[in-house]
Design a protein around this ligand. Sequence first.
Ligand SMILES: [Zn+2]
Length: 356
Amino acid sequence: MQFPLFQTKIEGRGKIFKLSDPSERWAYFHLKAGREIEKLKSYLEKNSFVAYLLGKKNSGKGTYSKLFIEVFGPDRVAQVSVGDLVRAAHKIVLEGGTAQDELLGFLKQNYRGYLSLEQSLEALTGRDVTRLLPTEFILALVKKEIARFPKKALFIDGFPRNLDQVSYSLYLRELIGYRDDPDVLVLIDVPEKIIEERMKYRVVCPKCQLVPNLKLNPTKRVGYDQEKKTFYLICDNPVCQGQRLDSGKEGDRSGIETIRERLNNEGRLMEQALQLYGLPKVLLRNHLPQEKALEFADAYEITPEYSYEWDDAKKEVRVLEKPWVFPDDEGVPSVSLLAPAVVVSLLKQLAQTLNL
Ligand SMILES: [Zn+2]
């Protein structure tokens, strides 16, 4: 699945922004999509929408909704992560107490499915590994979360896990029109090579859970291990006091094949959603063919790749930066857009979709 190219480059507006800096990002968004931002802002004063973000694992769904919230503020927009909801429910059920009473009370009122509530809870907590958590159960959790934000625009992020196509159409059918405001499907097209490198080079700070990437999104400081002759990132967060960030889980290192089945399934579900009539769709694409890159985007919107050298004389790490070129799913040499550039495309398409 490849979506149309989207132009974020505007002739005559060549000012360069550092997109990792929040205040420069604000100026960037207003330069590239100022009119759309104003229209969406006045729309969101009295109206809302529900956007379903559909993309494969590691396609950046969470990042895009966070940047959208950065533009319009948490008073107007909220993000609902389906994975987080299931994990939070799991924790509540294990810990008991009033939070559990409240959750169970809601589920008794709202859950309708072919497994009993008790059986579903056992599947949720992993006491029963023979049954999958029913879609209806996940739906009840998502609806409970939607009810928490009656006046806000929502980004519902992610597929429930282990979903086949039949349960998926049930899931979408139940949610679409659940709230009396426009529904929008936002599909994200990300080549597998990007997913793979994001997995392979990500590191997690054990203290603050920051997740930088050694190759694509390093921290400000990089260290060198003289013995192992390897480079490592150092957490930017001041409270972590220079925490050294070593490479990710073994499963991540072994690459994309460990999640092959999941990626294929998510691809099929996206194809299915793409064919749904009557629902407006926003098609986000985070990659461009290398030969057309500078026609469609500005150079600073393109993801660089970083590598490192140890300068033994100066006793310091040298950081080298160049455009990251990789084959897309069709083998075409491609570059990737930084998340804010994809969000410009989201802002423009969304304003158009809502007829603003
Ligand atoms: Zn940290």
